[in-house]
Design a binder for this molecule. Structure first.
Ligand SMILES: Nc1nc2c(ncn2[C@@H]2O[C@H](COP(=O)(O)OP(=O)(O)OP(=O)(O)O)[C@@H](O)[C@H]2O)c(=O)[nH]1
Ligand SMILES: [Mg+2]
Length: 497
């Protein structure tokens, strides 16, 4: 109790003291400010304006410095707002990417294909689904004269083909057959997904309840805003009741996955398909005859026509948006590849500088290299490449956190470098300086590699996380980079001889 009272008394005294000091400081500052102001007002105007300008400049400089050092800046990726992509968005992104050296040909080809489809005014219906669900058979049932690969063994369609179909209103529609997804070749999945993205309408063909992959595909298509019909093919394998139950379930799935679907957007059909019938011959023997099961696809034709009618206004707009996304995805992929390449270049350049520095200096020490000019430049360049805008303090903190680990890893670097140089053809007698230079190079290379991993994963430089990444992966990275760095050091030494 006594202690509590003493504490409160002390706090009271302390607060009083602070208030007294604050009032004194305020009085002092006000007095001097007023003094200065009086003199300035009485003096020549030029002095007044000059003084005020210098004060303003000092305040602005202080704000700028605080902002640069302490305020976290947003990465460019975070600035993006989720809204439908427009042609102008994607075109300006393409232009910017091309300027910085990214190969934009794939993304550009996508826009060109869109332009030619827009010009022809064609409507594309893509038959999309898991392998062997009967996509090609359905097209064959709609266009009996079409020549399609149909096979009981999954994976019979391996490319994209368009077939002309005239519906009852006389409109010409292109039916697109694509490879089935879920086969052994992942590239075919990619090909099918992209073509579905380019079509105005997608028929997702399944042959029973939705599998996990099919549910995922429906979610993706709905997110793209794709007009969709869920086609349960091979319904001849089920009786009426079973068909009704399956259809109900598919409708539920579609609702749960976020589709605002009309009942006629889920249909049960039978493309027919081939069937082997055993016939008794006149001589008493048996013969197997391959025949075509009758197709039952009337509801599908009705569903297609209704959806085309309902969506007439928005078909092209939705298709265009989906293709802009496709082009943006392709651009992002190209940017990723470019970034990887550029990052390797930056790391290689910095590593070379570290090796050169180490070869030239008597005893450079990891601290000078890691925390010095080369370390800061490499970190800054890699951050810029990944669109991260770290504060200067973050870079400093990251490098100083990494420093102790770099120092500890030096013996390992030296051992690995020594071994690698001995094994290198033409290295001759390995001098101590060269081993040190390779070891420093290895540490630098590891720093760059771990930084790229962090930036790829998080998109920004968080000093603690990045330094931890460096620490965790350093041995692995040292081993991975040794051949390249040893070669670099040997080449460097040869050129300086
Ligand atoms: N029972 C039955 N079998 C069918 C039906 N439609 C197709 N099939 C059979 O299913 C198998 C696969 O048919 P495809 O048309 O090649 O299937 P797909 O989806 O194009 O296959 P991929 O191109 O490999 O993805 C064939 O053996 C067809 O005869 C159907 O309505 N009922
Ligand atoms: Mg097929």
């Amino acid at each position: 109790m006594k202690l509590d009272r003493f504490l409160r008394l002390s706090i009271g005294l302390f607060v009083t003291l602070v208030v007294v000091v604050a009032i004194a400081v305020m009085l002092f500052v006000t007095e001097s400010a007023l003094n200065v102001w009086d003199r300035l007002v009485q003096g020549p105007r030029i002095l007044l304006y000059g003084y005020v300008s210098v004060m303003i400049a000092l305040v602005l400089a202080a704000i700028w410095l605080i902002f640069r050092l302490a305020v976290k800046r947003k990465t460019t990726a975070n600035d993006e707002v989720a809204r439908p992509l427009r042609r102008s968005d994607i075109e300006s992104r393409l232009l910017a990417a091309e300027k910085s050296g990214v190969d934009i040909s794939d993304a550009q080809a996508e826009l060109q294909e869109l332009a030619s489809r827009q010009e022809s005014g064609s409507v594309h219906l893509c038959f999309f689904g898991e392998i062997s669900t009967g996509k090609s058979s359905l097209i064959k049932a709609l266009i009996p004269s079409a020549d399609l690969a149909i096979n009981p063994v999954g994976g019979s369609t391996v490319d994209i083909r368009h077939y002309r179909w005239r519906n009852e209103n006389g409109a010409e529609i292109l039916l697109t057959d694509v490879p089935g997804t879920g086969g052994l070749d992942g590239d075919l999945d990619e090909m099918a997904l992209r073509e579905a993205q380019r079509a105005q309408l997608v028929l997702l063909v399944c042959d029973g309840d939705l599998t996990r992959n099919e549910s995922r595909a429906v979610t993706w298509l709905l997110a793209l805003g794709k007009p969709l019909i869920l086609v349960m093919n091979k319904s001849d394998r089920y009786n009426r009741e079973e068909q009704a139950i399956l259809l109900e379930r598919l409708l539920d799935h579609l609702d749960n996955l976020g589709g605002e679907s009309a009942r006629d957007q889920v249909v049960a059909v039978s493309a027919g398909g081939e069937v082997d019938i055993i016939e008794k011959r006149a001589d008493g023997g048996e013969a197997s005859i391959r025949s075509q099961r009758p197709a039952d696809i009337g509801v599908l034709v009705v569903a297609i026509n209704r959806l085309l009618e309902r969506e007439a206004e928005s078909l092209d707009i939705k298709r265009d948006r989906a293709v802009f996304h496709l082009a943006a995805d392709k651009l992002a992929q190209a940017e990723g590849e470019y970034r990887t390449q550029r990052a390797q270049q930056i790391i290689r350049n910095s590593t070379r500088k570290a090796v050169v520095g180490a070869l030239a200096a008597v005893s450079p020490g990891t601290d000078i290299l890691v925390q010095g000019y080369i370390g800061t430049t490499m970190t800054r360049e890699l951050c810029r490449l990944f669109g991260a805008v770290p504060r200067d303090l973050d870079i400093e903190e990251f490098l100083s956190l990494s420093q102790s680990r770099a120092g500890k890893a030096l013996p390992l670097g030296l051992a690995v470098a020594g071994n690698a140089l001995k094994a290198f053809p033409g290295a001759g007698t390995v001098a101590g300086g060269l081993v040190h230079a390779v070891a420093y190079g290895l540490i630098f290379d590891a720093l760059g590699r771990s930084l790229v991993m962090t930036l790829t994963k998080h998109g920004e430089l968080n000093p603690g996380t990045a330094a931890k990444e460096f620490e965790d992966g350093i041995s692995e990275h040292i081993e991975a980079g040794v051949r390249q760095v040893a070669k670099l050091a040997l080449d460097q030494e040869k050129t300086s001889e």
